[in-house]
Design a protein. Sequence first.
Length: 132
Amino acid sequence: MTTAGRELTYRFDNGAPADGFFYRLQHAFGIPCPYILFECKNYTEDVANPELDQMTVRFSPNKGKFGVIVCRSIEDEALFLQRCADSCKAQRGLVVPFTDDDVIRILEERKLGAAHYEDEILSNKAREVMNL
């Protein structure tokens, strides 16, 4: 873990079960991800290209080429997803955003009995980025 002001970076081992999102990234889409990077941005403004570049510079085939930028909110999520798509098409890796609203949705679904709703959110965002 590293910290810098309003940012935190975490790297987790990918121990995904064979039916999970992180397993499918590697085996169905060919995106190396032995580790999963999460960068937490406690910003009041939207994340933009510098934050995306900061994430992708940490990628490598041995470390992984997938990351999640966690932030409070994104005013123009379509624009940020397009930036993520451009980065993915340039083979710099796959990055998806994850906001407070996503966390709230996961908790609400958990109350209703959904065990792994985060997989659905991440799958939908990754699919959107890869198809833009």
